[in-house]
Write a protein that binds this ligand. Structure first.
Ligand SMILES: [Zn+2]
Length: 245
């Protein structure tokens, strides 16, 4: 029957099944686009908020650089932590599974047979398939990990790689509204900052639309609104508060 250690999952339904064999590059590209979007939205809001108070351009520049670094570090740390925790959880589950395979091979064979049957394999074939899988410990663990946990033991993901790419992606996005402040004066920089942010938002929106299969026009419009509305709000707040020198 069901593994006592697979808490809260029904082996008949198989928890994260659809996720394995997911295109890894597609996943990384999608994560990169969302990271860029985060950097863009948060830094355009920060930069325009400070710019609203009309300080020297060097102040806006400093705020933008600090926002970029703080945001990128926080995204990387968050990504690292969540991947690490997930990896440790999966490793623990794999350990439990490994031990259960050693101690109760018979129970585990029956379990695997039932999983195959629930996928529509005939009883005797399911039994034969399960026995073939169980004949080799490594293959048995892989089969159980795949069917019960929806993972492959060798592909638990790399927290460090995930942290690095979200750091880079956020920085790229955050750099877009910041760049003009290195080259032009205040009034023009505000408008240029907004303009390049809108162009980047359109590109991000179109890319998001490609991933979700939704209308690219709609995702682009939504992304532009997500970029402009927070920026308008922070700019208004910035001009209300002002700076006391
Ligand atoms: Zn099992």
């Amino acid at each position: 029957m069901a593994d006592p250690h697979v808490v809260g999952t029904d082996p008949g339904i198989a928890p994260v099944q659809q996720h394995h064999h997911r295109d890894v590059h597609g996943g990384a590209a999608r994560a990169a686009v969302f990271g860029i979007s985060d950097g863009l939205v948060s830094n355009v809001g920060l930069i325009l908020g400070v710019a609203g108070a009309n300080p020297a351009p060097s102040v806006v520049r400093l705020a933008g650089v600090a926002g970029l670094i703080a945001g990128a570090v926080s995204m990387a740390a968050g990504e690292y932590n969540s991947m690490k925790v997930q990896q440790e959880l999966l490793e623990r589950e794999l350990d439990l599974e490994r031990r259960s395979l050693e101690r109760f091979p018979h129970v585990e064979t029956v379990e695997l047979t039932q999983i195959y049957q629930s996928r529509g394999v005939a009883a005797d074939q399911a039994r034969a398939l399960a026995e073939a899988m169980m004949s080799d410990p490594q293959r048995a663990l892989e089969a159980h990990a795949r069917e019960e946990l929806g993972i492959s033991p060798e592909h638990l993901g790399s927290p460090r790689a995930a942290a690095t790419s979200s750091f880079v992606a956020f920085s790229l996005g955050a750099l877009v509204p910041l760049m003009p402040w290195f080259f032009i004066g205040h009034g023009a920089a505000v408008l240029t900052s907004l303009a390049v942010a809108v162009v980047a938002a359109v590109i991000v929106g179109v890319a998001t639309g490609r991933f979700t299969g939704r209308s690219r026009f709609r995702t682009a419009v939504r992304q532009v609104l997500f970029t402009l509305i927070p920026a308008a709000i922070t700019y208004a707040i910035g001009s209300l508060i002002g700076v006391n020198v």
